[in-house]
Each structure stands twice: as structure tokens, then as C-alpha cells.
Design a protein around this ligand. Structure first.
Ligand code: HEM
Length: 168
């Protein structure tokens, strides 16, 4: 256990932080080395899908209109895998505990789900109109591009919370 510096001092803060760290590691300790496969699968699935989701979102936010409609479904697909694997990680590491790490993760996850909602609400009309009235596609594409920009901002916030959570 690394000693914890605290400016408002006292054992209370140290004990609280130790309990948080212990609770964040609890599943690994309880399950033992032979049971780390679920953790490895969940974290790799999560990082791969969310990196792809964020990468596509950041690219679409810069592209504005070019062929945005080809990326909407794959993007939503990676988002769903990212959210499900994130929930899986939560059950493996964080169920039962609610300290600062969990607060950060929950806030980041809420921002990610909001980003997904924005992408569905602004992206679905593009796909619908592409099928039914392709000549009137451009307005929906403009809205979808704005949606991608808003989602990109939300996902930046999510990445920061996810990367910081275990150190809080
Ligand atoms: C509904 C959406 C999401 C949920 C429920 C979720 C949940 C989680 C959980 C529980 C962890 C494990 C944290 C730990 O114990 O160390 C995690 C890790 C991580 N998440 Fe998410 N996440 C979501 C979305 C995202 C998104 C959108 C990104 C990136 C754009 C992301 C990037 C990461 C990364 C990089 C880690 C690894 C952090 C580390 O190992 O230090 N997550 N996530």
C-alpha cells in the first residue's frame, strides 16, 4: 500500500482511501489467478470498442458531411459493445462499492450514454432518408454532423473520467 499524502490530515482520509482501493481490487483477489480471464476479456473488449467508438466520432466531427451515413451504424455498434462491456467491468470490479472512483466512472458512463443517444437521434434520420428520399439527404447530414461534434465533447469527458478513476 502506497502511503497517502493528505493536506487536511488524519487517519480518517487514509482509511477511507484504503477501503476504496481495496474495494476496487476485491474481485481479482477473491477470484484468484485462474479466474482472471473474464477480466482480461472484458477490459480488452471494452478498450477496443470504446477506442474505435471515440475514434470514429472524432473523425466524423471533423469530416462534417463526407459519407457520414456509412459510419453511423458501425459507430452505434461499437458504442453498444462499449457500453455492455463497461457494464460487465462494473460488475467485476465495482459492484457494491461507491467511492470517488465509482462516482467518476458513473459520471463518465452517463456522458457516454448521452453521446450514444445524441448519435442515435441525429443519425437515424440520415439512414431513414437515405433509404426513402436520398435527394433530400443534406439537411439531415448537417444535423448528424453537429450531433457528432456534441458526442465528441461528451466522449472526451468520458475518456478523462475512465482513465482517472483508479487513481482517485
Ligand atoms: C456506458 C459506457 C461505459 C461504461 C459503463 C464504462 C465502464 C467502465 C468500467 C467499470 C471500467 C473499469 C475501471 C476500473 O476499474 O479501472 C472502465 C474502464 C475503461 N473505460 Fe469505460 N465505460 C464506458 C464507456 C467508455 C468510453 C466511451 C470510453 C472511451 C472513449 C471508455 C474508456 C475506458 C478505458 C480506457 C478504461 C480502462 C481504464 C484503466 O484500465 O485504467 N469507457 N470503463
Amino acid at each position: 500500500m502506497v502511503p497517502v499524502a493528505t493536506n487536511h490530515g488524519g487517519m480518517k482520509e487514509i482509511v477511507h482511501r484504503r477501503r476504496d482501493l481495496r474495494s476496487a481490487r476485491r474481485p481479482l483477489e477473491m477470484r484468484g489467478a485462474s479466474m482472471q480471464w473474464p477480466v482480461l476479456i472484458a477490459i480488452n473488449l471494452h478498450v477496443l470498442s470504446t477506442v474505435t467508438w471515440a475514434g470514429v466520432t472524432f473523425s466524423l466531427a471533423r469530416m462534417s458531411t463526407a459519407q457520414i451515413e456509412q459510419f453511423i451504424l458501425p459507430e452505434i455498434g461499437t458504442a453498444v459493445v462499449g457500453a455492455l462491456s463497461g457494464y460487465w467491468l462494473w460488475t467485476l470490479f465495482h459492484e457494491g462499492a461507491f467511492g470517488r472512483a465509482e462516482l467518476a466512472l458513473a459520471t463518465g458512463a452517463a456522458a457516454a450514454l448521452l453521446a450514444l443517444l445524441v448519435q442515435i437521434v441525429t443519425g437515424a434520420p440520415v439512414l431513414r432518408r437515405k433509404a426513402m428520399a436520398p435527394d433530400r439527404l443534406s439537411n439531415t447530414i448537417k444535423t448528424a454532423a453537429l450531433g457528432q461534434r456534441a458526442a465528441a465533447g461528451l466522449l472526451i469527458f468520458t475518456v478523462l473520467t475512465m482513465a482517472s478513476a483508479r487513481f482517485l
